[in-house]
Design a protein around this ligand. Structure first.
Ligand SMILES: [Zn+2]
Ligand SMILES: [Zn+2]
Length: 267
């Protein structure tokens, strides 16, 4: 029996003798099956060819695979009084990286923006005593490896603690979630967005897509829905979904300008 990981998107599947027939996340129009065909790696094959590296990303600890794998996911570690919340997940957990996270206080929970970052959520949860994994229930059909630690939530927001709140923004995925960290950015507030609002290459704007690799834009209603979900939140910084893809300051104004620019571009 082996745990197979999809080479293209990094989602891990349940234990099986042979690789799964297909990857539902990659078959979806928002992702793609590699043009040379669906490829799988066992967890051991993935660990033999990749390592996990951790470094600071604008004041937050991050973990990602080296060399880059799947869509280049990186997880962020948001500090709380009683442990870390892992925001978004990566396709692999190694003893070294688990030890590193333990040295920082360990995980009390995992929260994930959308299915492209589900990765090896079960391995990370199990390493920390089945820490709860918060996924929005509207995306439940995309779970590739069901696990008892998965805590599906519904509605528009979920408070994880005094300082951390999950907000359902929708758009890219129906359950697309952002994390509001009240004391982030030196108490000015930070928003962790994955690619629900993706930070542009100039680090001054965000943009929105139904599919990034297949260039399918979001419609105006969906973007207005994201803007409405975010508007009550106080923040000065946005952490996007990839290494260094962040807006360091004045991010709320940048977000609002981005919504305006996007809506006029598709009008
Ligand atoms: Zn896949
Ligand atoms: Zn995505």
């Amino acid at each position: 029996m082996a745990l197979f990981t999809c080479f293209q998107c990094g989602a891990q599947f349940p234990e099986s003798e042979t690789p799964p027939q297909s990857c539902s996340i990659c078959e979806d129009e928002r992702q793609f099956v590699h043009w040379s065909g669906q490829k799988w790696l066992t967890r051991e094959e993935l660990a033999a060819t990749h390592r996990l590296a951790w470094r600071d990303d604008l004041g937050l600890g991050g973990i990602g695979l080296e060399p880059g794998f799947a869509i280049g996911q990186r997880a962020l570690l948001v500090p709380e009084n009683d442990g870390l919340v892992m925001w978004d997940c990566i396709p692999l957990a190694t003893e070294a990286a688990i030890g590193h996270v333990r040295s920082l206080g360990g995980l009390k929970a995992i929260a994930i923006s959308h299915p492209h970052f589900y990765g090896a959520l079960a391995d990370w949860s199990e390493a920390f005593g089945n820490a709860p994994v918060y996924l929005h229930g509207d995306d439940r059909r995309w779970i590739t490896r069901p696990h008892p630690a998965i805590a599906l939530w519904t509605g528009d927001s979920l408070r994880l603690s005094d300082g951390i709140m999950l907000v359902r923004a929708g758009g890219h995925f129906a359950g697309g979630t952002v994390l509001h960290w009240r004391s982030g950015a030196d108490e000015r507030g930070a928003l962790l967005t994955g690619d629900i609002a993706t930070v542009a290459m100039d680090r001054r704007f965000v943009s929105f897509m139904r599919s990034y690799p297949n260039y399918i834009p979001l419609n105006a209603d969906a973007v207005k829905g994201i803007a409405d979900a975010v508007s009550p939140l106080r923040f000065d910084r946005i952490y996007g979904g990839w290494w260094g893809r962040n807006i360091a300051s004045e991010a709320k104004a940048a977000f609002e300008a981005s919504v305006k620019r996007y809506l006029s571009a598709i009008a």
